[in-house]
Design a protein around this ligand. Structure first.
Ligand code: ZN
Length: 251
């Protein structure tokens, strides 16, 4: 009974965090057009009708309306439900591979959330939200300096410098050849954050997986003239690395 209750609480927590992630992914890129994080209240993107309390409840909101706006019958993107399911699965995985009582699990959840939101914002808008990368840098440095969870403090610091410097240098070389930026500066700070969290030695594999994911996306995408969202690949690559790391260090 206790186990069922714990699982249920973790699913509710994960679903709520997934719903929060959806809000960040939708609203952060719209800050310039007067939509802030908490105002106005959640609304249908088509008819702007405000959502009811029931529609705001994770999982239930989407399923009860069958993904259709009750006011204008517009189809609501299933991405809201997918975010809730994926984040709930990630929360369950993190708490079950680490200990429920381990406070570091909360920092890992914060890191995974920031990576997830950054990836999807980059995928949709080709922009990264710098404050989220700064949270990644700080949480990586603090976690490793205080607990050495992912790596030793020196490696964390080197990861920060190497992560930023590597993409900066690649971009400088690209600029010399093509006279324009090849990589957005947002990607430098994102890889700096990833380096601060997982250490300098993790940057190579994450960059390899990340750029492969981005290239795969390019291969399946029909709009070949579209820019490539490197941050999307880096974020997903870093989440995979994080999950593998906690799985193998706790089994
Ligand atoms: Zn509507």
């Amino acid at each position: 009974m206790e186990l069922i209750l714990t699982n249920l609480l973790l699913i509710v927590l994960g679903g709520s965090l997934g719903s929060f992630a959806s809000m960040l992914i939708y609203r952060l890129p719209l800050e310039d057009v007067g939509i802030s994080l908490f105002k106005p209240r959640s609304f249908c993107p088509v008819c702007k009708n405000k959502l009811t309390i029931l529609q705001l409840i994770p999982f239930i909101g989407y399923i009860s309306t069958k993904g259709i706006c009750q006011a204008c019958n517009a189809r609501i993107s299933p991405s809201y439900l997918i975010n809730e399911i994926l984040i709930a699965a990630l929360v369950l995985f993190i708490f079950y591979t680490m200990q429920l009582s381990d406070p570091r699990a909360w920092v890992v959840i914060l890191i995974v959330m920031c990576l997830y939101v950054q990836s999807l914002i980059d995928f949709q808008t080709m922009h990264l939200f710098q404050p989220l990368s700064i949270i990644l840098v700080l949480s990586g440095l603090i976690l490793n300096i205080l607990t050495g969870f992912f790596t030793i403090p020196l490696d964390s610091l080197l990861g920060l410098i190497f992560g930023y410097g590597l993409l900066f240098c690649i971009n400088e070389v690209y600029k010399l050849i093509r006279s324009r930026d090849g990589i957005g500066s947002g990607d430098f700070l994102l890889l700096a954050g990833i380096g601060a969290i997982f250490g300098a030695s993790a940057i190579g594999p994450i960059l390899l997986v990340g750029s492969s994911i981005t290239l795969l996306l390019y291969a399946v995408n029909k709009e070949k003239d579209r820019e490539l969202p490197l941050g999307f690949g880096l974020g997903i690559g870093a989440i995979l690395y994080c999950l593998l790391f906690i799985f193998f260090s706790n089994t």
